[in-house]
Design a binder for this molecule. Structure first.
Ligand code: 5AD
Length: 357
């Protein structure tokens, strides 16, 4: 196993069989083991040589929990009648950005369900306003599947980055997590369209989603290698009580940490968040994520009332603290483990000209 980890670090590549061997082994391995310690020390050293001890922050603004899709795992799926729906107005979104900028955020992530209200026209107007007011800041979108033309318009309006997890790279697994109208092939096409439109593009998947096999995870790693995204978000699956997956168990925090480390070795320059889902299952989840090789944290800037309603899964972390207080605590937590929050924009360290900003 040690030689596989070395090979991945040295070549950023493993074969399908090597991935299978390594992931099968790590699946039953405690993060306290000598092998895990070895893996994390390697991923930390790659993290350090690319980004030093910096942790980038992104201000998350949850703009709407109205969604036309019906993904089986997600709490804001269209058929969940218990979800209290909301949508922020463009003014409210701007106010969130104002408050975030004031305390040091230089990236704003507009995330939401696939809400038909947010047409290209409305989104472009919001993006333009934020970018005109804060030309030192990046705008990231996380708004699901749209047409190539739509992505191009949003890019032209000034958006810099786009997050769209592939969720699982296996066709039949994808079909078990999604309704029939959603196809993995379209998801992948969207991701390549986003890259082509010039976005710093992010993908990722849930760890331990229902029916996931080790073979599926191998496919996830191979797909990420092929896509070569600027950002990779992974987090444990957490059931939501009003979904068909209410009775399925949580994904494993330990496996998520192992996968973060492996992604750091495979894609050394990737921006990898220690996700909210990780922090939800483990009080120390975010710190552990950073120590496994992640280098991004995405605190919530949404209004308190919206935060409670944006429940993709149960017990989602939403600190009662206001954003400024939350950021102060976060700085302390990061300092304690030897890292520092930076207010830099934190763009992808480009290796080619197609992924500029
Ligand atoms: N558990 C964990 N993550 C979830 N997501 C959606 N529902 C859940 C859940 N029940 C993730 C998906 C999506 C991202 C915004 O949140 O991967 O892409």
């Amino acid at each position: 196993m040690y030689t596989l980890i070395d090979k991945l670090r040295d070549t950023q590549n493993l074969t399908k069989n090597e991935w299978l061997l390594l992931l099968k082994h790590l699946q039953g391995t405690s993060i306290e083991s000598a092998l895990s310690e070895y893996l994390f020390s390697k991923s930390r050293s790659v993290q350090k040589s690319n980004y030093g001890k910096k942790v980038f922050i992104r201000g998350l603004i949850e703009i709407s929990n109205i969604c036309k899709n019906d993904c089986l795992y997600c709490g804001i799926r269209a058929s969940n009648k218990n979800a209290q729906r909301y949508r922020l107005t463009p003014e409210e979104i701007l106010t969130c950005a104002d408050e975030g900028h004031e305390i040091g955020f230089r990236t704003f992530v507009l995330q939401g369900g696939e809400d038909p209200y947010f047409t290209d026209g409305i989104l472009c107007e919001i993006i333009t306003k934020i970018k005109n007011k804060y030309n030192d800041s990046a705008v990231t979108l996380s708004l699901g599947e749209r047409t190539k033309e739509s992505y191009e318009k949003l890019k032209k309006a000034g958006a810099d980055r786009y997050l769209l997890r592939h969720e699982t790279a296996n066709e039949s697994h994808y079909a078990k997590l999604h309704p029939a109208n959603l196809k993995l092939s379209n998801r992948k096409e969207c991701l390549f369209n986003l890259k082509q439109a010039g976005f710093q593009t992010g993908s990722g998947f849930m760890v331990g989603s229902p029916f996931q096999t080790t073979e599926n995870l191998v496919e996830d790693m191979l797909f990420l290698k092929e896509l070569d995204p600027a950002m990779v978000g992974i987090g444990p699956f957490i059931p939501h009580c009003d979904t068909p997956f209410a009775q399925y168990p949580n994904g494993s925090v330990e496996l998520t940490l192992h996968l973060i480390a492996l992604i750091r070795l495979m894609l050394p320059k990737a921006l990898i968040p220690a996700t909210t889902a990780l922090g939800t299952l483990d009080k120390q989840g975010r710190e552990k994520g950073i120590l496994a090789g992640a280098n991004v944290i995405m605190p919530n800037l949404s209004p308190e009332s919206a935060r409670k309603k944006y429940t993709l899964y149960n017990n989602k972390l939403h600190s009662g603290a206001e954003a400024a207080e939350h950021l102060r605590l976060l700085k302390e937590q990061m300092n304690k483990i030897g890292y520092e929050i930076t207010i830099e924009r934190g763009d992808y360290l480009c290796t080619n000209t197609t992924q500029n900003h």
